[in-house]
Write a protein that binds this ligand. Structure first.
Ligand code: ARG
Length: 462
């Protein structure tokens, strides 16, 4: 079988059981366009080093182009006897250009430096796709934030009412982590770009005078590996990429969980659009937040993928070991999972209808303005320790009487503490409370408007 890249030292072919175990074409075939690009760059390097005649060089490039066209047309397929994408493409190239010319391409390279390079190229392309998709989600969130205007909601800690905040402020709190995720992908990309493994050979480098820097440039990298062992054995770029995809999933899952809660009858903060929610096969009244639930569930799967990769790498001796072939399926899965999840999630977010009246009604409940009383007292000269006690006493009196803070009478305030003059009422409205939080990053409408502009500017710059 000419698809075998080895065999010289073996008396017989591999057992069918070994072939079945070894085969990876069912998942690595998608690396074909990158393998062909790598082969083109490698053929150019061989030609420049004087190891390929002009005619053989041209013939190899022609053959590679033919394979590329057939792949694009969907007619290039691996054979069951092919071990991996690299072997299959060499066999198919030889079918096209003959063994004499086709057999020259493998000089000075190994599948070990090849696969490390191609996988980087694949992931760099998908990092760009994913960044664009995350920025679409950011866009949907910032549009919702802009549309929310000065609408308020109960801000929570421990899932309990804490202090009123602007709905826009809360939505933007989901934007910043996503912007950092895009930033992480850009950082990752710059690091990966500096390190093209082509030229590392199997582990020790090559003897043929090829120029790895030129190959790197041709493949879109900014530099080549400084250490050929590292070039072939390192997979931290895979684990880091998988971590960022898991982080995106986890960041989405936190909003997903809120959407699920908000759409319950008990919260009643949002209505999901019909096209972005699902029904029940038995309960005709149901409208379910399946997109949010799938986002929450798939975050677990993305975490599993990064955990699995780290387990594969743990204690793996240098340099290449076949264990490393296990790097592809988990990260392909992470890419495929996020690339279908993100557009659906963005559509759900973009079409949410917020019940701002309901949120405004709940915003002051649960004594969420108690901190405002304490801080008002501090501005009037009371030490915070005492102010905290006094505001706490207001809450106690309200609880005893089944009323809210703004329903306390002037007499009740004065009785709790003489410093509580009727002027305290200015902070006992939700508008007064949020309007007073004017420090940078705070929930005052002026600050949130600035924040929205800042988030949009950051998104544009990424
Ligand atoms: N298909 C392998 C991988 O993805 C590359 C082949 C390297 N095989 C070898 N025996 N050195 O890691």
């Amino acid at each position: 079988n000419q698809g075998k890249l080895w065999g010289g030292r073996f008396a017989g072919g591999p057992s069918p059981e070994l072939e079945a175990l070894s085969r990876s074409t069912h998942f690595d075939w998608r690396l074909t366009p990158y393998d062909l690009a790598g082969s083109r760059a490698h053929a150019n390097a061989l030609h420049r080093a004087g190891l390929l005649s002009d005619a053989d060089h041209a013939e190899l490039l022609r053959g590679l182009d033919v394979l590329g066209e057939r792949y694009a047309a969907g007619t290039l397929v691996p054979d069951v006897s092919d071990e991996d994408v690299h072997g299959a493409l060499e066999r198919l190239l030889i079918d096209e250009v003959g063994a004499e010319v086709g057999g020259r391409l493998r000089a000075g390279r190994s599948r070990n430096d090849q696969v490390a390079t191609l996988f980087k190229m694949f992931l760099r392309d998908h990092a760009r796709v994913l960044s664009g998709q995350v920025l679409d989600l950011v866009d949907a969130l910032t549009q919702q934030a802009a549309a929310a205007g000065d609408a308020v909601m109960p801000g929570r800690t421990h899932l309990q009412h804490a202090q009123p905040v602007l709905l826009a402020h809360h939505l933007l709190a989901h934007v910043w982590p996503l912007l950092r995720d895009v930033d992480r992908l850009a950082d990752w990309d710059a690091r990966v770009a500096a390190d093209s493994p082509y030229g590392s050979g199997a582990l020790a480098g090559q003897t043929l005078g090829l120029d790895p820097e030129a190959v790197a440039t041709e493949l879109g990298f900014t530099g080549s590996s400084a250490n050929s062992i590292d070039g072939t054995a390192a997979r931290d770029f895979v684990a880091e990429f998988a971590f960022v995809t898991a982080m995106v999933g986890v960041d989405m899952s936190r909003l997903a969980e809120e959407v699920i809660l908000w759409s319950t009858r008990e919260f009643d903060f949002v209505t999901l659009h019909d096209s972005w929610s699902t029904g029940s096969s038995i309960m005709p009244q149901k409208k379910n937040p399946d997109i949010a639930e799938l986002a929450r569930g798939k975050a677990g799967r993305l975490i599993g993928n990064v955990s699995g990769l780290l387990a594969t790498l743990k204690a793996l001796p240098l340099a290449y070991n076949r264990d490393l072939q296990e790097d592809k399926e988990p990260v392909f899965d992470s890419v495929d999972t996020l690339e279908v999840l993100l557009p659906a999630f963005t559509g759900m977010v973009a079409t949410l209808t917020f019940h701002t009246e309901r949120m405004a009604e709940l915003a002051p409940q649960g004594f969420s303005l108690a901190t405002d009383i304490a801080e008002w007292l501090v501005r009037e000269g009371t030490p915070f320790r005492i102010a905290h006690e006094v505001a706490g006493a207001c809450v106690r009196v309200c609880e005893e009487n089944g009323i809210e803070l703004h329903e306390l009478t002037d007499e009740q305030f004065a009785q709790i503490n003489p410093a509580l003059t009727p002027a305290v009422r200015e902070v006992l409205t939700v508008e007064g409370s949020v309007g007073a939080r004017t420090g940078r990053g705070g929930t005052a409408p002026v600050r949130v408007a600035e924040q929205l502009a800042e988030a949009r500017e950051r998104a544009r710059a990424l």
